[in-house]
Design a protein around this ligand. Structure first.
Ligand SMILES: *[C@@H]1O[C@H](CO)[C@@H](O)[C@H](O)[C@H]1NC(C)=O
Length: 642
């Protein structure tokens, strides 16, 4: 047995392209993630948001999954391909993503009824859930969708090729919105398309009312869940999806690396089909570049005064926070709608993806103006980073074309220095918690800037990285293997004069890992010894201190979990039910509409807290963070052969 294992190991190592300490760590971590006993994957092979079920943050349950998770899965498998010279798992990861995260035609059946000269009907966003449902107002004119026709011509379908951001992998809510099915119910097996956030910038996950992506009025109230969010004259059975563009962009980025690595290994022919799908994903990802209602970008104040966009003048060319699409279930007189997003966060930008879609020959999108759009986007994203960089080095929030999500008048201090007429927002899109307080957005985004610099030597990226690296190095300290990196940030001022202050530090593994990878790419290109050394110490520190049987993780205090019993706003008189019979009616709480949480194996920890005990402590294994650890260790090994 021992001898057999040894033989197998030797055989594996013999095919490893870069066999060193750090690529070996990649493989160790990779095998922990793939070990069935760790519990990261569903029986269909879908990676969960986390191995643990009890977890509330952006997703409201650990065994949901997100487009983010799938993008990390694809990236990790791309690196496995580079190290083991086998890109089969990379192809498979893409197939899993496609099968479970991109709605099939039966799940988005009425796109051919879409009218690109009138993409959607305006409804003002509000600040808090209590101000919903929001009123649909067809007196506001909206712009036209300039990419629909060319996408139809390029791909021969009116359907969208993009990931919906959230699925209920174990069908715990019981909607049964599996591919091609609408509300097939609790007995349906497999990932079910759901959504949570719908009600304004102050709607934290704790205030959401999860709803099915396909609503046939079987569950919820008499109009399903629709009239919780939008007030209209009548309600039609319908489907709708929302993309999280940074995740789709990360999947394209991963495919770019797969392309590079497969070329180096003489394996390109094994992944060309996947690469053309990545290009297609990048083509549709352009919906993230447009104002929500395709209004003209710049000084757009007042929904009735803004100019409806024509051609590309509704494009900010950045990666917006989302785009969404939907339509009627009734296919007889089918109709459909699409929206972009006028708000962009620096943390979502991915200049490497833009670069790849322009320059990587195996990944050219087919849409007639796609390559030129991504070329403009690459330039615009770099300009955006430049505009948002603080004198200290960190990057501030972002900008919006629609103040408060309803084309309000912004405060006067924001109108002097705009970004192509868009207004600075230190916490774009969501405010609870503030969207740019978390340090993780920094390395997540700057990593892509560093990869762009590594790949292309881009001098604008280099200049910003010099400053960012100097800042982050000044905020990282070590004590033996222990490390301390920023946790939360505070912002003052308006671009081009924004300032940052670090308000707390942490030993969090996920963000330390992303920081290490960013520093490694920067060091590999610039030769900066200090950055390389800090990357190595972070990687060694987490590896030495935080091993678990499922990966590399450290414990955290879940100090927000008192909100399990906080009120969830339900309009007076509204009554509905979940498939399991949980009632949706005021007064509701996060827990009352998710009674299944009481059966969770870790529930007693939360229960003790709700009964007055201290905030519970957990050691989570988030898929993205665990894949990130593998990727940062592997990156270091591949870059420096150590
Ligand atoms: C702009 O002014 C408003 C008050 O009108 C203030 O609350 C806000 O913090 C200022 N914004 C910035 C970024 O300084």
């Amino acid at each position: 047995m021992g001898a057999l294992a040894l033989t197998l190991l030797v055989a594996l190592v013999a095919h490893t392209n870069a066999n060193n300490v750090y690529t070996t760590r990649f493989l160790t971590q990779y095998h922990k993630i793939h070990n069935a006993a760790s519990g990261y994957f569903s029986k269909e092979g879908v990676p969960y948001h986390a191995a643990e079920t009890l977890l509330v943050e952006a997703p409201d349950y650990g065994h949901e999954t997100t487009s983010e998770t799938l993008s990390y899965y694809i990236w990790m498998e791309a690196m496995y391909g580079a190290i083991m010279n086998d890109f089969g798992p990379f192809n498979k990861a893409w197939e899993v993503m496609e099968e479970f995260m991109i709605p099939v035609h039966g799940s988005q059946p009425t796109n051919s009824g879409y009218n690109p000269s009138r993409p959607a009907t305006y409804a003002a966003e509000h600040d808090t859930p209590n101000e919903y449902p929001s009123l649909v107002d067809s007196s506001v004119s909206v712009g036209q969708d300039p990419i629909y026709q060319e996408l139809v011509s390029a791909y021969g379908t009116s359907d969208i090729y993009a990931m919906h951001w959230l699925t209920d992998v174990d069908n715990i809510y019981g909607f049964g919105n599996t591919q091609g099915n609408c509300e097939a119910g609790p007995s349906a097996s497999g990932p079910s398309f759901i959504n949570t956030f719908q009600r304004g910038s102050q709607e934290s996950v704790w205030k959401t009312i999860p709803q099915p992506c396909c609503d046939s009025f079987k569950y919820g109230g008499q109009n399903g869940f629709l009239d919780l969010f939008t007030k209209d004259n009548s309600y039609a059975r319908q489907w709708k999806y929302t993309a999280a563009p940074d995740a789709d962009a990360r999947a394209v980025q991963a495919a770019f690396w797969a392309s590079k690595w497969a070329q180096q290994n003489g394996k390109l022919s094994t992944i060309t089909t996947t690469l053309s799908k990545a290009a297609k994903l990048g083509d549709y990802l352009r919906y993230a570049m447009f104002d929500k209602y395709f209004e003209k970008i710049g000084n757009c104040v007042g929904p009735w005064s803004c100019q409806a966009g024509w051609g590309k003048d509704s494009a900010h060319y950045l990666l917006g926070w989302y785009f969404a699409w939907g339509g009627s279930l009734d296919t007889q007189n089918g109709w459909a709608w699409r929206i972009g997003d006028g708000a962009a966060h620096f943390g979502y930008q991915n200049p490497l993806t833009a670069y790849a879609l322009v320059n990587e020959r195996n990944m050219q999108p087919k849409g007639a103006s796609a390559v030129s759009d991504w070329q403009i986007s690459l330039d615009r994203q770099l300009e955006f980073y430049e505009w948002l960089q603080t004198s200290e080095g960190a990057f501030a929030g972002g900008a919006t074309n629609s103040w408060n999500g309803r084309y309000d008048t912004p405060p006067s201090n924001l109108t002097a220095n705009t970004f192509h007429g868009m207004f600075y927002d230190w916490e774009p899109v969501y405010h609870d918690p503030p969207s740019n307080r978390w340090y993780g957005m920094q390395p997540w985004s700057v990593d892509r800037l560093a990869q762009l610099y590594y790949v292309s030597g881009n001098s604008r990226a280099k200049k910003m990285l010099d400053k960012w690296v100097k800042w982050v190095l000044s905020e990282i300290t070590f004590n033996g293997n222990k490390y301390s990196i920023p946790a939360t940030l505070e912002w003052t001022g308006v671009p081009p004069n924004v300032h940052v202050r670090v308000t707390a530090h942490t030993n969090d593994v996920g963000t330390a890992s992303a920081t290490a990878r960013t520093l490694a790419y920067y060091a590999a290109k610039s030769g900066d010894k200090n950055a390389k050394n800090v990357a190595k110490k972070l990687l060694d520190g987490m590896w030495a201190l935080y091993q678990t049987d499922k990966g590399v993780s450290n414990s955290e205090i879940a100090d927000t979990y008192g909100q399990f019993q906080h009120e969830v706003y339900v309009p007076n008189g509204w009554y509905g039910q979940y498939p399991n019979g949980d009632v949706i009616q005021a007064p509701a709480t996060f827990l009352s509409i998710r009674s299944w949480y009481k059966k969770d194996p870790q529930w007693s920890k939360v229960e003790q807290h709700l009964n007055g005990g201290p905030a519970p402590e957990f050691t989570f294994h988030r898929f993205w963070a665990q894949a990130d650890v593998a990727l940062s260790q592997g990156t270091y090994g591949m870059l420096f052969n150590e």
